[in-house]
Design a protein around this ligand. Structure first.
Ligand SMILES: Nc1nc2c(c(=O)[nH]1)N[C@H]1C(S)=C(S)[C@@H](COP(=O)(O)O)O[C@H]1N2
Ligand SMILES: [Mo]
Length: 539
């Protein structure tokens, strides 16, 4: 049969490839919002990032944090980084699907003359399979998840075939795959407009439906209990030294706590199906529900958590009240074998870390934590269970823990394996949050003073001294506010008898063990940023 169809050219193929890709992604997006089924671009992006060598990822993170700092974008570093990740994930996955669908359409006339719907289904199956192989976080069972993805992709492949057929002006028969030239040639322009509008309507309404009805398996945690901080004063409420105006809140509002992890979208675990499985060197494997863990005497601790990627003066640090069970108490019930020395904690996103049992026995503060600020952890922050380890950066402290293996050896954790510090001990840092030029203090007969203030922290070592230098003058000791606890940051202030003009302010601190802050300027990789914060301001 001689074909007198006009096979779709490159431009038309690209246009339809794009439209079909938009349609595909908007269906995935909507169903993700509605049900919590995976949105493949995020999952594949995260998995590929995990499989790449650590150095590339580390550089990527460093550069992203640095770039966000430089661009001075509104909003917090972590939120901006997540938006950048989402955009990168969706566009790279989109490009893959686009190349795939556009080439299918472009070559449809030559290759897929017969059985085009079967070809389409087979073509859809391939990216579907690749996606399934890369997905590793499951809010539903793997079977349901794979079935869903393959189904969507096979249907998409058939839609590809249908479009190719229309564009080739093939006749659509009842069987649907007969490559005869239709007597009525498809008016391409009309088809483009119709199809384009259909996709536009579909993706806009899909996004709206998702936003309106979506709970993504309880994405946003609706706090049905009151936050602890709304009902209770902080333990140091009566402390004499008050923060200088403009200092960050001493207790971070829960919604503002920074978020850092390897997931574009956090794993969504459900209390009904979640269990903490404990295996390895114990008399017999055990399983705990969240309720079982909540039965232990709760331990409440005020904690400042910091990310090792936080540059000096950055916002990847926050303070809240953590509630959980002391690991020292918890492991008493595990019947550990005598040779047991370490716990390997596994998280739902593929993250893992190793904690020594000696450390647990020596320090009751290490805990498995299920609540922040009096309410269950949010999905972003590790629901249902995370660990707290004093004095180390967040990189050592898994969220979304679902299994513990009792072992007899130390191992490298997720980030250690990727070239970061083995110990992750927090470095002492001092930050200037405010030079409150608008809040001059005038006391009768005295020089007017400008309050300057910020935070200093040294993990669980505490801060014994903060000093500030203006221009090249002497170091002045700042006043320290009693911290909320031994494991939080300390607020400092210095009321400065100012001189007008432009000045440079530099701060440093001493931890309670007497170690001065490290002066050498270093980037976060591989052991955490060091150096003094310096800032210029016109007064
Ligand atoms: N499962 C899991 N836990 C994790 C991470 C992660 O990627 N996956 N990131 C860690 C890092 S690097 C930090 S800084 C803290 C941040 O905790 P937050 O997001 O609750 O502030 O979580 C830690 N725990
Ligand atoms: Mo981190």
């Amino acid at each position: 049969m001689k074909s007198n169809s006009t096979s779709p050219g490159v431009g038309v193929s690209m246009l339809f490839g794009l439209l079909l890709t938009i349609a595909l992604l908007s269906i995935f997006w909507m169903l993700w919002e509605l049900t919590g089924l995976p949105y493949p671009p995020f999952e594949v992006f995260d998995r590929v990032a995990q499989l790449l060598p650590g150095s590339i990822i580390t550089q990527g993170i460093d550069q992203m944090v640095a770039l966000i700092g430089k661009l001075n974008l509104p909003g917090s570093t972590d939120a901006t980084a997540k938006i950048a990740e989402k955009t990168a994930a969706t566009s790279s996955y989109g490009i893959f699907c686009f190349l795939f669908s556009a080439s299918f359409i472009a070559f449809s006339e030559k290759i897929y003359k017969t059985w085009i719907f079967h070809w389409g289904a087979a073509f859809g199956f391939i990216p579907g399979l690749v996606t399934c192989l890369l997905i590793h976080k499951f809010s539903y069972s793997p079977f349901v998840t794979y079935l869903y993805i393959l189904l969507v992709f096979v249907t998409w492949g058939k839609a590809l075939a249908w479009v190719a057929m229309k564009l080739n002006s093939y006749q659509i028969t009842r069987l649907g795959f007969k490559p005869e030239i239709s007597s009525t040639r498809v008016d391409r322009r009309k088809f483009i407009i119709q199809f384009g509008s259909a996709v536009a309507v579909m993706s806009v309404s899909g996004a709206l439906i998702g936003k309106t009805f979506g709970n993504r398996g309880k994405k946003e945690y609706d706090f049905d209990e009151r936050l602890w901080s709304e009902e209770n004063p902080l333990p140091n409420a009566a402390a004499k030294v008050k923060a200088a105006p403009g200092t960050r809140p001493e207790y971070t509002p829960l919604v503002d706590h920074y978020r850092v992890d390897i997931n574009t979208a956090p794993p969504v675990l459900m209390e009904d199906t979640w269990k903490l499985r404990i295996t390895g060197l114990l008399e017999k494997p055990l399983e705990y529900s969240l309720e079982d863990i909540r039965k232990y005497k709760p331990l409440h601790q005020f904690v400042t958590l910091s990310c090792i990627s936080n540059p000096i003066g950055g916002d990847l640090t926050g303070t809240t009240r953590w509630t959980g069970v002391s690991l020292k108490l918890f492991i008493k019930d595990l019947d550990l074998k005598p040779e047991a020395t370490h716990l390997k904690l596994f998280a739902a996103d593929g993250f893992y870390e190793i904690v020594s049992i000696k450390e647990i026995s020596d320090d009751e503060r290490l805990m498995l934590c299920y609540a922040w600020d009096g309410v269950p952890l949010t999905h972003e922050h590790g629901y249902p269970l995370r660990i707290y380890i004093p004095n180390v950066y967040g990189m050592k402290q898994p969220k979304w823990i679902e299994a513990i293996e009792v072992t007899d050896r130390w191992e490298e954790g997720y980030w250690v394996k990727r070239g970061w510090t083995k110990t992750g001990e927090m470095k002492a840092t001092t930050v200037i949050d405010a030079v409150a030029t608008g809040k001059v203090i005038r006391k009768e007969g005295n020089k007017p003073l400008i309050p300057i203030g910020g935070i200093a922290q040294a993990g669980a070592r505490g801060i014994s001294k903060v000093e500030i230098k203006i221009d090249n003058g002497a170091w002045h000791e700042a006043q320290l506010r009693t911290p909320i606890s031994d494991t939080t940051w300390t607020i400092w202030r210095y009321d400065w008898p100012f001189k007008k003009g432009e000045h440079t302010f530099t701060v440093r601190c001493l931890d309670k063990e007497g170690n001065p802050q490290i002066l050498e300027e270093k980037p976060p990789h591989p052991t955490g940023a060091s150096g003094l914060m310096s800032m210029k301001k016109r007064v």
